[in-house]
Write a protein that binds this ligand. Structure first.
Ligand SMILES: Nc1nc2c(ncn2[C@@H]2O[C@H](COP(=O)(O)OP(=O)(O)OP(=O)(O)O)[C@@H](O)[C@H]2O)c(=O)[nH]1
Ligand SMILES: [Mg+2]
Length: 321
């Protein structure tokens, strides 16, 4: 046993030994792998953990084949100003992106099928938090609950590996989604899921060419971005795009006689009105609201506005009931 393992390794190892369910064991093995320092002295241990993970995965696949499609159904409850769900084939760079954009401690590794369960992180954006959901890879034998996660998201963020054929990846994802009645383009059968296309690992491949290709095939229906976990400017752009595409506004409220404090905004869909904001805060507010006063940097400094007035990002409201 190598000497320099951190104490938390032994805590997780104990949990691993005590776990009965193979899926649970797999989660602990992944954690162990992410905890151990990566150097020559731990190579044997890393290999041993990977072998154990491989065996459990094989058992799970066999069990699934014999048991059918039953089993645990994973879902992620929405938190914050919006939920962004990542979609991508194995090893495309999903977890790496989640780990640099949020506080989540997800495992990133240079082999496919690293992520087995959803991972959740919150991305801080100015004064709000946006939920980012890491997902297991999409593949022919993907669990049905994965599509449930996609369906629940406010936005799907496709993570395509820029070092491989992006058109092929995009088509595989699009086909799998439509087979599960999730549509990313205008369609006669139902809602369209808002989608951002990120071509990942742009420090490694010719992603500019990849984006040109995607644009020439699919046009301007989607927002395309190049991204790299080692290029901060690309991460800033993706964060800004996520915020813009959520189509939300932040509204601050103040009590009569108090000063304006732009701290904890109420988050509403773009196009919301004064009465929508009132309802969001309290049902009674909606019933009893007479009017509101509005402050912003677009010329309002406490003027009276009516219930149907359409709000803008960073408006400050004072309700009069
Ligand atoms: N150079 C470079 N490597 C990256 C980048 N993003 C991810 N990688 C590498 O790509 C490999 C796969 O990354 P992951 O984030 O684990 O991929 P994933 O899509 O979560 O994989 P699964 O969980 O198997 O679906 C790892 O070795 C990462 O370090 C990037 O922007 N640049
Ligand atoms: Mg992953």
């Amino acid at each position: 046993m190598p000497a320099n393992l951190p104490p938390q390794y032994f805590d997780v190892e104990k949990q691993y030994r005590e776990a009965k369910d193979p899926e649970e064991k797999l989660v602990y093995l992944q954690q162990l792998l992410s905890i151990i320092p990566k150097h020559k002295g731990t190579e044997k241990l890393q290999a041993d953990l990977k072998t154990r993970m491989k065996k459990i995965k094989e058992t799970l696949v066999k069990q699934k084949k014999t048991k059918g499609s039953g089993g645990t159904w994973y879902q992620v409850e929405k938190q914050g100003a919006g939920q962004i769900v990542l979609v991508g084939l194995p090893n495309s760079g999903k977890s790496a992106l989640v780990s640099v954009m949020t506080n989540a401690n997800v495992e990133v590794a240079d082999y496919p099928f690293t992520t087995q369960l959803p991972g959740v992180g919150m991305m801080e954006y100015q004064n709000i938090k946006i939920q980012i959901v890491d997902t297991p890879p999409l593949h022919a034998d993907a669990p049905p609950w994965l599509f449930g996660l996609y369906r629940n998201g406010d936005i799907l963020l496709f993570v395509l590996d820029g070092t491989h054929d992006v058109i092929e990846q995009f088509d595989m994802i699009r086909t799998a989604l439509s087979e599960h009645n999730i549509y990313i383009e205008k369609h006669e059968y139902g809602d369209v899921k808002k989608t951002i296309i990120a071509v990942a690992k742009c420090d490694q491949g010719k992603t500019e060419t990849a984006i040109q290709k995607l644009k020439s095939v699919y046009g301007d229906t989607f927002v395309y971005l190049q991204v790299s976990i080692v290029q901060d400017s690309t991460l800033t752009r993706i964060r800004d795009t996520i915020y813009q595409e959520l189509n939300i506004i932040r509204i601050y409220t103040k009590k009569i006689g108090q000063s304006i404090q732009k701290q904890e905004p109420v988050v509403l869909p773009r196009g919301s009105t004064v009465i929508d904001a009132a309802e969001h805060i309290h049902k009674d507010f909606k019933k009893n609201l007479k009017f509101a006063r509005l402050w912003n940097d677009k010329g309002y400094s406490g003027q009276r506005v009516e219930k149907q007035h359409i709000l803008a990002d960073e408006d400050v409201l004072e309700f009069h009931i």
